[in-house]
Design a protein around this ligand. Structure first.
Ligand SMILES: [Zn+2]
Length: 353
């Protein structure tokens, strides 16, 4: 039997309303409404057309299990209000697919479990310092942020949504922290987003991240986590020029704008220079990061995909087993997995087959 919930998932993944979906399928919207409500069957030509336009194999729609969506209440969804319903649905549907993919992987590989402390009472800077201490990073700059998160049990997936309004979101599921990152942004932007979401995971797990201060708190966490104050002050006792910031930003892997802001907060730049830098950077636009960092990729995914490959299991075989188009898995790993690059440093990852 065709599972209406699976049809709904694909419709949402396509970012379509029932009306838009019905139009694409060439049927009256009532056909979709009745079907999703479980009161009528889907006509056979309509089903064939749905497989065709979505690229989903028929088997996906016959899966009996209900898809599990990210709980919107538990999701810290930056700029949620500025997202269209369709884009939000598509991102949530991607989350539901990521869970199925993640479960498939978890059945085969033992991934690191998380060691994120919950710090409800602390300020963002204190929470960042505490997590650094817990993770034994001290005042050192963060190398690869994706690897750092993954090695501490955060599951990182890509949001390959062409939406400038959607940077990232994060959530807890069965005591596993997840971060979804828009990897189409600059590396500096993605690193900030990853640490911003880490802030939500650490500070807002129980109180939720919808309160008005949550965004500012997560941004302050990201800044303090990426640029520990002591290290910042030691490296830049006094900021003299924009060129100096452009050169120095690489130490912390942040945007020049973030560094400019942090130095101003730390009282290490004159207001005049801070404002001048701010205007100059704004003129260039956030998409044009000076002295850019190379993209970051995940070591864990490179290991998993490498191991699957050695067993003769390509990503398209995994997609077949999950009955999803390979493109969905590629999108979830887009800009995160780079199977051809050898890992630089080892992460403990035991294989439980
Ligand atoms: Zn946020």
């Amino acid at each position: 039997m065709i599972n209406p919930e699976r049809v709904e998932l694909v419709r949402k993944r396509l970012g379509l309303t029932k009306i838009g979906f019905a139009a694409d399928l060439g049927v009256d919207r009532k056909v979709i409404q009745r079907f999703e409500a479980g009161t009528a069957d889907l006509p056979a030509p309509c089903f064939a057309r749905m497989c065709e336009i979505s690229g989903y194999p028929a088997a996906f729609f016959y899966k009996p299990s209900s898809p599990e969506y990210p709980n919107p209440k538990g999701v810290s969804f930056r700029s949620l209000r500025s997202l269209t319903a369709g884009k939000r649905d598509a991102a949530m549907a991607a989350g539901a697919l990521a869970f199925e993919f993640d479960d498939w992987i978890s059945e085969r590989y033992e991934l690191p479990s998380h060691d994120l402390s919950q710090t409800k009472e602390a300020t963002p800077a204190e929470a960042a310092a505490l997590l650094r201490a817990t993770w034994g990073i001290g005042q050192r700059p963060i190398g690869n942020a994706i690897n750092l998160l993954e090695s501490h049990g955060v599951r990182v997936y890509s949001l390959a949504e062409e939406s400038r309004h959607l940077d990232a979101y994060s959530l807890w599921r069965n005591d596993i922290p997840y971060v979804f990152l828009n990897t189409l942004k600059t590396t500096e932007h993605s690193r900030h987003d990853a640490c911003h979401e880490l802030g939500h995971l650490v500070m807002h797990r129980h109180c939720g991240s919808s309160h008005p201060d949550a965004e500012n708190e997560a941004n302050a966490f990201a800044s303090a986590f990426l640029m520990p104050l002591e290290d910042l002050k030691a490296e830049i006792p006094w900021a003299r020029s924009l060129e100096q910031l452009i050169e120095k930003k690489k130490r912390w892997g942040v945007s020049v704008a973030s560094l400019n802001y942090a130095l101003n907060k730390a009282g290490r730049i004159s207001d005049w220079n801070y404002r001048g830098n701010y205007i100059a950077l704004n003129k260039a636009g956030r998409a044009h990061e000076p002295n850019p960092l190379p993209p970051e990729t995940s070591q864990i995914w490179s290991k998993i995909l490498g191991d699957l490959w050695r067993q003769g299991v390509s990503l398209s075989r995994v997609a077949e087993q999950l009955s999803v188009p390979e493109k969905e898995l590629n999108d979830l790993l887009f800009g995160i997995a780079a199977p051809r690059q050898p890992p630089k440093e080892a992460i403990a990852l035991s294989i439980v087959r």
